[in-house]
Design a protein around this ligand. Structure first.
Ligand code: URA
Length: 215
């Protein structure tokens, strides 16, 4: 497993805005998109491309476009992952989007899958899972299992924040899936989880911050 914190001043600047409680929802959404664009830039470095002939106003030459067969697959985890989707679709306009709905049982902190809209056959597809918070790791472990069982082997997770507990849980879960190539890109590795499973210092509940369910 590859785990990478994108250490860049623009990422750090935007992350400060997301962490601050007094950042209003409208700004939170915009900054989330900006930050995801920066993370996507690194996370898609190995996305498959194909060579195509083009005609410039001056000459014939060749260029590159995102692979059309197979196309990359973006997998937002509902609901908070939707806040990252626009930026990912703008970065990879020809990508397909498949949805997974997973929520966390507040008592057990275990993930519960309640929706899925993904192709059954993901063999050869590069999957980009977007979910802002890698906390206990349960959601991403379930997502990786789901994608792996449908044939995906090349899986990239883009998250805004990660907790050490979640990263360790993924390392251990992947030991039974050694043909999965998982990369995780994040803006920061925070200190720990609190007793409610929130990332500390974190940014609170990403879904509530994005969708205004907080006052
Ligand atoms: N999910 C969130 O939205 N925030 C956390 O801190 C942890 C999980």
């Amino acid at each position: 497993m590859r785990f990478e914190v994108i250490d860049h001043p623009l990422v750090a600047h935007k992350l400060r805005l997301l962490r601050a409680t007094d950042t209003p929802t409208a700004i939170f959404r915009v900054v989330t998109s900006e930050l995801v664009t920066l993370l996507a830039y690194e996370a898609t470095r190995n996305v498959k491309t194909e060579r195509v002939s083009i005609t410039t106003p001056v000459a014939e030459t060749v260029g590159w476009r995102l692979s059309q067969n197979p196309r990359p697959m973006i997998v937002p985890i509902l609901r908070a992952g939707l806040g990252m989707l626009d930026a990912m679709m703008q970065s990879m306009p020809s990508a397909e989007v498949g949805f997974l709905g997973i929520y966390r049982n507040e008592q057990t902190l275990e993930p519960v899958t309640y929706a899925n809209r993904l192709p059954d056959d993901l063999r050869g597809r590069q999957c980009y899972v977007i979910d802002p918070m890698l906390a206990t790791g349960g959601t991403l472990i379930d997502t990786v299992a789901y994608l792996h069982e449908r044939g995906a082997r090349d899986i990239t997770s883009i998250c805004i924040l990660a907790a050490p507990e979640g990263v360790a849980a993924l390392e251990s879960a992947l030991s039974t899936r050694d043909d999965v190539n998982l990369s995780i890109f994040t803006a920061a590795l925070d200190e720990r989880l609190d007793e409610h499973g929130y990332i500390v210092p974190g940014l609170g509940d990403a879904g509530d911050r994005l969708y205004g369910s907080l006052p």
